[in-house]
Design a binder for this molecule. Structure first.
Ligand code: WT7
Length: 594
């Protein structure tokens, strides 16, 4: 028997959202408070809501985290464990002199301490700045410098990268190693292993409010260095309600979000939304293979699975047969985010798992799901679905920025500002923040912009809307490269490329890839005295992998005599991209205006 999440009769009866149309009417974000049974005298602190509050409501013994690592390492933690270990981190940071409002970077693999420390930082009023631990020293440095980060929590495995950049980061005064051999520490570094430290039963949680800064995520743009999207504790209302209505989580679910908390999916839906609701989560901290993933679902009886198109395409590539070798009957709901989910993948998952992956669309900046398919709603494979209730969305004309009324026409996806989990600023970049709003008055401050319901927050993506209100993703409106659901900025890659002794000029674009949607391709010109060769190509690839990350590493390097440029000397990435994608290059002058 196939269990179909979009079978309307069953879906309506079974899902948290009920009928989408009904939810649109009389929508109020206050419903999120009802979902949490919230009373207004409670303390709005994400760290405490995800741990202490669940314990106080009688669920201290419920499993919060099922963790598996490489090999057969496995451990299980209850909500009581979450509470006392996050308290442990919070108290330790306070004792070290870390103060509310300080940025505390979390730079480690998906080990249990990443989850405990995330909640601990929030509990003591700090700003949690999770960074993907595959970042090289340069990617790390740029983000720590921008955030003025005070403390970094890392492991022996990754601390070397911190040592390399320490002296250029005067504000970074605390390096805390949370796993490894304490004897390998260098002067000034501190060791703290929460697993062996005594549990801290009580911690005086910071009295945060809805506008207190909480999580800081860095995201890449077309120009300039990455931008720090600042979120606040009040984001929880958006995360809780979308977790309930889109991911459809219920008390007895075993939920698996495959994202790393270095990216927003891994915090909004890999920590905050589910744990605020007291849901059991699984984390797999080991490399991807189809059989390892299926084994994980089978062993832990995973019921709800939130993943990404690249992973789904990898599972597809390995074939239905591999899936047939495992008992996946526990699954009841699947969702996807990060890149376009092709119709073929939706149809394949329905055939293979008896369930379609439901596409969801959102961004680091939006903090929570904005456009989505819902359990109970008829899905159209290939479509991102419809705006979340409470979200006013449109596609705007590319030039006039007026909403397009005509179905099927392509425009810019935009949202009316003011939803709870919207980012509050780009750290230290008010002009860049203002640039995200169509019609923004000159000089308007971030809080005026996001409180102005006449403006549009413009996402930077293009879509059309069909006659029934379904959104169909078309592509990005800028040069940012989306590789396997991770955004990488061409500017960052180009800046790093020209630091290589052989390279004079560089352009980075995304080239099509069957599994990752896009991978990085670089076009370079060489300095005098250097010859194009396969060895040099490998050398350059490694150089970028180490400095930035494996994601940013070009999969191909093309040597050129000169790069195509505009009259003002800007490199024409779009021209290179059009050629790479086999698209009409068209009139060069249209490519020139930005
Ligand atoms: C960009 C945001 C928050 C999710 C993780 C990525 C692309 C996201 C979809 C989708 C097509 C998508 C967009 C968006 N994207 N979801 N369902 N279909 N594209 O967060 O790193 O801020 O990336 O990812 O281009 O703007 P992010």
């Amino acid at each position: 028997m196939t269990r179909s999440a979009h079978d309307s009769e069953k879906g309506v009866a079974l899902s948290n959202i009920g009928s989408y149309e009904e939810r649109l009417e009389n929508f109020d974000w206050g419903i999120a408070r009802e979902v949490l049974s919230w009373s207004d005298d409670e303390l709005l602190n994400i760290g405490a809501i995800c741990s202490d509050r669940i314990c106080a409501r009688g669920h201290a013994d419920k499993v919060a985290l099922i963790w598996e690592g490489f090999g057969d390492r496995k451990s299980t933690y209850t909500f009581r464990d979450l509470k006392v270990r996050s308290n442990g981190f919070a108290q330790f940071l306070v004792d070290q002199g870390v103060a509310p409002g300080d940025r505390v970077c979390l730079f480690m693999d998906k080990i249990p301490s990443l989850y405990f420390s995330f909640l601990g930082v929030l509990k003591m009023g700090g700003i949690a700045q999770p960074l993907f631990c595959a970042f090289g020293d340069e990617s790390l440095e740029v983000r720590l410098a921008s955030a003025g980060t005070k403390a970094i929590l890392t492991t022996q495995k990754h601390v070397k990268k911190v040592r390399k950049i320490m002296e250029r980061l005067p504000e970074l005064t605390h390096v805390i190693v949370v796993q490894g051999n304490p004897e390998k520490l260098k002067d000034g570094e501190v060791f703290f292993d929460v697993e062996s430290a005594p549990p801290v039963e009580e911690f005086d949680v910071y009295r945060s409010g809805p506008e207190t800064p909480s999580v800081l995520h860095y995201t890449s743009g077309t120009t300039g260095q990455p931008k720090g999207a600042q979120h606040v504790h009040g984001s929880i209302w958006g995360q809780v309600l979308t977790t309930s209505w889109v991911l459809d989580l219920r008390d007895d679910d075993v939920y698996w979000c495959t994202a790393d908390p270095g990216w927003v999916t891994g915090t909004s839906y890999g920590i905050i939304g589910p744990w605020a609701l007291g849901i059991t989560q699984c984390v797999l901290d080991s490399g991807f293979t189809s059989s390892r993933w299926y084994q994980f679902i089978q062993d832990n009886r995973v019921t709800v699975w939130y993943s990404a198109p690249t992973a789904i395409r990898s599972l597809m590539r390995d074939g239905e047969e591999v899936a047939r070798g495992y008992d996946l009957s526990s699954l009841r709901h699947l969702a996807s985010v990060g890149e376009p989910l092709n119709a073929e993948a939706v149809v394949w998952s329905e055939k293979t798992y008896g369930l379609p992956f439901l596409d969801t669309f959102w961004q680091t900046e939006t903090g929570s799901i904005m456009i989505s398919n819902y359990p109970g709603m008829t899905i159209r494979p290939g479509s991102m679905g419809k705006p979340f209730p409470g979200i006013t969305a449109a596609v705007l004309d590319l030039k006039t920025h007026e909403p397009i009324e005509e179905p099927g026409n392509v425009g810019l996806i935009a949202f009316r500002p003011g939803w709870p989990s919207m980012f509050r600023e780009y750290r230290n970049q008010p002009d860049v923040y203002r640039g995200k709003f169509a019609g923004a008055p000159d000089g308007a401050a971030p809080d005026e912009l996001r409180a102005n319901p006449d403006l549009w927050y413009v996402s930077g993506d293009r879509s059309s809307i069909d006659a029934d209100g379904y959104y169909w993703f078309v592509g990005r409106d800028d040069d940012v490269i989306n590789t396997g659901g991770h955004l990488v900025g061409p500017f960052e890659i180009e800046s790093a490329l020209v630091e290589h002794e052989a390279i004079a000029e560089a352009a980075a674009i995304g080239k099509p890839d069957k599994v990752n949607m896009e991978v990085v391709k670089a076009f370079v010109t060489l300095n005098p005295g250097y010859e194009a060769s396969g060895d040099l190509e490998l050398n350059v690839m490694n150089f970028i992998r180490k400095k930035l990350s494996p994601l940013a590493m070009p999969q191909e390097i093309e040597y050129m005599d000169k790069l195509p440029k505009t009259r003002s000397g800007k490199i024409l990435r779009r021209y290179l991209r059009a050629i790479e994608w086999g698209e009409e290059v068209g009139d060069l002058s249209t490519l020139e205006d930005d």
